[in-house]
Design a protein around this ligand. Structure first.
Ligand SMILES: C[S@@+](CC[C@H](N)C(=O)[O-])C[C@H]1O[C@@H](n2cnc3c(N)ncnc32)[C@H](O)[C@@H]1O
Length: 351
């Protein structure tokens, strides 16, 4: 009898408030792509990314450029869902070795399991939870690298999971850390920040045109003793501070400002510019002669750093060739994957 009850409970259909699953947790089919391939295919067909997964960007362009051959050694500096890693591993044809790093303590074990399940265990793939700014440590173990990929920023799994606090589209703790076990959350960061510092952060990290109004509103809220603990709480303050914008464009402007403010805070709490700089500085010394590196960036701040570093090392003779200009995903990819729209790919070849 007890067993029967358990069986019935188990089979009960998930009930949504509307006709379709909306919240992250309700999307139980998308969260199990192995079991519900049809449901996942439908989501992709609509140009969306199934919850709990990530669609790799510029895969064809990256694989074509890296020219991976069996026997080589390479690094995927940003493992994420493992989509790019998987394609690179296929090029090795079971001969050679790949290293992969990611700071994310939540998604990394899941990706490790998924890749192991696909036949890529430690004999061919070494996965380490570490910051790519420590690429020199990887090279000490791996020896000179024939190919390196960095696909910067955040994964769809991170953005879509409200508990990670990366998006204001649903309520969650205002965290924004790629590795939530380390450092300071965005909510804590805001508790002690001065208005001048916050204004500078919004301007430098995401060119926020309303940085003065928004930083004033945030700091004055906190000074009144009201801590901003949630994603939607921050969104509300940004929205309240921009009510002077003419009605015609207000909603659109507020949405864009929210996107830029969340990006600026994310860059800050994860020291994204500092670690990218360190990675770029160390990169040439880790590459084998003729070694190839590809970097995908998603906003102008990142792309500027990559471009500057590649150009400098080309001038200094450490790279023999670099991408003459940034490569954009094909129009088909941009149309079918919203998250590919801002991507820029640059590459360099070690002298
Ligand atoms: C865009 S996703 C990568 C997706 C991956 N290429 C794929 O195909 O699934 C970026 C990943 O890089 C990780 N990441 C960002 N900055 C990092 C850093 N400094 N060191 C290591 N990993 C980092 C993030 O945690 C995230 O998982």
């Amino acid at each position: 009898m007890e067993n029967d009850n358990q069986e019935q409970t188990h089979q009960r259909r998930v009930r949504y408030e509307g006709t379709h699953p909306k919240s992250f947790k309700e999307k139980y089919k998308e969260l199990q792509p192995e079991k519900y391939a049809d449901a996942v295919a439908k989501v992709i067909q609509k140009g969306n990314t199934p919850a709990g997964t990530h669609r790799s960007i510029c895969v064809k362009e990256i694989i074509e450029f890296l020219q991976i051959t069996p026997g080589q050694t390479g690094l995927d500096a940003t493992l994420g869902y493992g989509g790019h890693t998987l394609e690179m591993l296929k090029c090795l044809s079971s001969d050679g070795h790949m290293y992969a790093t990611d700071v994310d303590s939540i998604e990394l074990p899941r990706t490790r399991e998924r890749l192991k399940h696909l036949g890529y265990g430690p004999e061919i793939l070494t996965i380490k939870q570490m910051n790519f700014s420590d690429i020199d440590q990887i090279a000490l173990e791996s020896g000179p690298l024939n190919f390196v990929l960095a696909d910067l920023g955040v994964s769809s799994m991170q953005i879509d999971n409200p508990e990670r606090g990366f998006s204001f589209k649903s309520e969650g703790p205002l965290d924004l850390r790629l590795n939530p076990t380390k450092g300071e959350s965005a909510a804590d960061r805001l508790k002690t920040i001065s208005q001048v510092e916050l204004e500078g952060m919004l301007l430098e990290n995401s060119d926020e045109p309303y940085c003065v109004e928004i930083s004033r509103a945030i700091v004055s809220t906190i000074k009144k003793g009201k801590h901003i603990e949630t994603t939607t709480g921050l969104q509300q303050i940004i929205s309240d501070s921009l009510q002077f914008i003419p009605e015609k464009t207000r909603d659109d402007e507020i949405k864009k400002s929210c996107q830029r403010c969340f990006q600026a805070l994310r860059i800050d709490v994860n020291n994204e510019f500092e670690v990218l700089n360190e990675f770029l500085e160390k990169l040439p010394a880790t590459l084998a002669e003729g070694g190839r590196v590809a970097i995908l960036s998603f906003h102008s701040g990142e792309d500027r750093l990559v471009k500057k570093s590649f150009k400098r090392f080309l001038r200094e003779g450490l790279y023999k060739e670099i991408a003459p200009e940034a490569i954009r995903p094909s129009s088909e990819e941009r149309n079918t994957n919203g998250r590919a729209r801002s991507a820029k790919l640059r590459w360099a070849i070690k002298a």
